[in-house]
Design a protein around this ligand. Structure first.
Ligand SMILES: [Zn+2]
Length: 71
């Protein structure tokens, strides 16, 4: 029975960590490799080459944080 409680706790924790990941979405420029905060003025101007991805994913792809917004 104790085992099940541990599994449930892990599932709940996983759910919360997933929702916090959602808050870390950035606009990633596939041409320049720069990533921006979603509210950044440059992110709003970048409509052709930018994709909305997880910040961790942007870093994994070799993304560079924007100098204006810090990513
Ligand atoms: Zn920016």
């Amino acid at each position: 029975m104790k085992k099940y409680i541990v599994i449930i706790l892990f599932l709940v924790f996983g759910f919360f960590s997933n929702t916090s990941c959602f808050a870390e979405m950035v606009m990633y420029n596939i041409k320049t490799n720069k990533y921006h905060h979603i509210e950044c003025k440059w992110a709003k101007k970048c409509t052709v080459n930018c994709i909305k991805i997880d910040k961790k994913e942007a870093i994994k792809r070799g993304g560079i944080p924007c100098k204006v917004c810090g990513g």
